[in-house]
Design a protein around this ligand. Structure first.
Ligand SMILES: NC(=O)c1ccc[n+]([C@@H]2O[C@H](COP(=O)([O-])OP(=O)(O)OC[C@H]3O[C@@H](n4cnc5c(N)ncnc54)[C@H](O)[C@@H]3O)[C@@H](O)[C@H]2O)c1
Length: 274
């Protein structure tokens, strides 16, 4: 679908690791909708080199940046404005990593060095991206910033361990910064709470496959895939949502509002009495 929703807009897209990445789909859609943007990822993630194919496909440049480094992020905004020829209209934060999850450490036994690392990479990086942008006045008035999150910030999913707390912080930063940046520059900041999605980060979570099927059988529309998530992000970058800010927006096929579904009841062997 092409509506030119982002025609003339300049962006920064983080987190495209491979074709499964949500950010990869956002980049493809943003390109289709007429945006120009810079792709960025941690220098270490670039070694695999897959991002080059995306850059070629979308006619974009790559500026490596570790999202935990204020210095790297400063360089990212300066370079991006030079490359794109002006202030930035939209930013996607699509960065998440928990060492505790990777090492399959149960929540109550969380290693605190790993916990701090997870906070820095997955939540504080969002504050840093916003703080650097604000300091450099790098985002244009009415610009839109979106970060991806998960519903474990509101309800407990035991296997999501420390990322639950980290996502709660991420969502809080969107509200807090959304106030300050909104007041000053009308910059909008929202989080999109996405269904379980088959990506590198997603599949790292213990029992992901079974949980993916469970969520799919709860949500009346089924799980939202990466492509539909990208479509939703595009609407948030567009001017059509110019008054939406400081929100956590569920993009999950109705999962978050469903208590139980007939399908789950059936699977449990509980038949309807009527
Ligand atoms: N996959 C899911 O089930 C799911 C569900 C809801 C929300 N999300 C969120 O979506 C976002 C994107 O994840 P994804 O599922 O597309 O997986 P992904 O593994 O493709 O993307 C995660 C990205 O984070 C990047 N990253 C890690 N450390 C970094 C650092 N220090 N600096 C810069 N970049 C760094 C990785 O290189 C990678 O590109 C994450 O915030 C994730 O928590 C994912």
């Amino acid at each position: 679908m092409m509506y030119n929703l982002l025609k003339g807009k300049r962006g920064i897209i983080t987190g495209a690791l491979d074709q499964n990445s949500i950010a990869w789909k956002v980049a493809e859609k943003a390109h289709e909708e007429g945006a120009e943007f810079v792709l960025t990822n941690a220098p270490i993630a670039m070694r695999m080199g897959e991002i080059n194919a995306l850059a070629e496909k979308t006619g974009s440049k790559i500026v490596p940046a570790d999202a935990t480094s204020v210095e790297d992020l400063t360089n990212l905004y300066i370079q991006s404005q030079e490359i794109l020829g002006g202030k930035i209209d939209f930013v996607l934060h699509s960065i998440g990593m928990s060492v505790n999850i990777r090492k399959k450490i149960p929540y109550a036994e969380s290693n605190y060095d790993y916990f701090m690392k997870g906070i820095d990479v997955s939540a504080l990086s969002f504050h840093k991206m916003l703080a650097v942008a604000k300091k450099l006045d790098a985002i244009s008035e009415g610009g839109s910033v979106v970060a991806l999150t998960y519903m474990a910030a509101q309800r407990t999913y035991p296997f999501y361990t420390d990322m639950a707390d980290i996502k709660a912080m991420l969502e809080s930063i969107a509200r807090s910064f959304g106030y300050h940046y909104g007041l000053e520059k009308k910059v909008r900041i929202n989080t999109v709470s996405q269904s379980p999605t088959k990506t590198t980060a997603g599949s790292g979570v213990k029992g992901f496959g079974d949980f993916f099927d469970f969520a799919n059988s709860v949500a009346p529309l089924g799980n939202a895939d990466a492509e539909s998530c990208a479509d939703y992000c595009i609407t948030l970058f567009s001017d059509l949502t110019r008054m939406v800010t400081m929100q956590n927006l569920f993009h999950d096929g109705g999962y978050s509002s469903t208590g139980v579904s007939d399908e789950v009841m059936k699977r449990l062997g509980i038949e309807s009495e009527s």
